[in-house]
Structures are given as C-alpha cells and as structure tokens.
Design a binder for this molecule. Structure first.
Ligand SMILES: [Zn+2]
Length: 168
C-alpha cells in the first residue's frame, strides 16, 4: 500500500487518543516502508550499496542486494512483528498497543502487493511463501482504499462530535 494510506490507517487504528499519539501511530505505520524503500531510494541517489536503477520502472525486491532484501523481510514479517511485540510486552509489563500499527502495515501489504513488485514476506524467516495479491496501484484497490478511509474517518469524526456533545 502507499505511504499516505499506511499513515492514515495506522493513525485512525492506534492513534485516536490525541494528535501526538496519532502522529506516532502514523509514523510507526510508515516505518516499514521508510526504512526500506525510502532508504533504498536515498542509497540509490547517493550511489551507495549497489541499489538498482529505475530505468525500466520500479525494480522488484529481488533486484536489490541481499542486505536490502533482508531488511525488507525483517520489516514486513508478521513473525518478527509478533516476537518484537511480545518482547516489548514483557519488558514494559504491558502491551505496547501503538506498535500494532506495524502489524497492521504488514496485514494491509499482504493482499495489496503482487509477486511482481515487493510481495510481502509475512512468514519470514519460517517460510518464503508470499501471496500474489493485487498491486496497490490498481484502480480497484485505490478506489476501495479511498472509500474505506473516507467512511472510517467520517465515522471517527461523527463519534468524536457526538461524544463531545454528550459529555457535559
Ligand atoms: Zn510495506
């Protein structure tokens, strides 16, 4: 899915308490892509790390050097997310719920990436299995995503307005 949608979904799902929490949830939500695709783009522009060019369109993840592929595996694995979530739960003695924005990112990516472009390695390192979803740039996905975001944010806004009115 695209950066903006990830940020909006993460924010509305895990950051409804206040604006600081919203920004944190949105930031966690886009981190898996900023730390990979964003970083790969910067490294490519700086000519560091042997990053592939964009002459023939967006390169697939298999065109990238191994360290880049592994970084993508780590940030887009539900197993790595679950282990990290569990470790932090133990460390802080309570679930760090806002981290769920990371898990949500992976769940959204699974059906919205095809094998042709950054398929989601959600079972890494246990399995290389990936789902051949419909790319997020397909009009059907873009329209569905936009409609769902509009409905969700409208419901949130409606709830906030009616809740405020009900509270003296
Ligand atoms: Zn992603």
């Amino acid at each position: 899915m695209d950066f903006v949608s990830h940020a909006l979904w993460g924010g509305v799902s895990f950051g409804r308490k206040n604006s600081v929490r919203f920004m944190m949830a949105a930031g966690i939500s886009i981190a898996p892509d900023i730390l990979t695709e964003g970083l790969f783009m910067v490294l490519y522009l700086l000519n560091i790390g042997g990053m592939p060019g964009w002459e023939n369109g967006h390169p697939n993840i298999t065109d990238y050097p191994m360290f880049a592929q592994n970084l993508y595996n780590v940030t887009h694995s539900l197993i790595v997310f679950t282990v990290t979530f569990g470790l932090l739960w133990g460390l802080f003695r309570r679930p760090v719920l806002i981290l769920g924005a990371w898990g949500l990112h992976v769940l959204i990516d699974i059906p919205t990436h095809s094998l042709a472009l950054f398929p989601t390695p959600f079972l890494w390192p246990a399995s290389d299995f990936k789902i051949n979803g419909i790319g997020w740039d397909h009009p059907m996905i873009l329209i569905t995503d936009a409609l769902l975001l509009i409905v969700t944010y409208a419901l949130w806004l409606f709830h906030r307005v009616t809740h405020r009115r009900a509270t003296p």
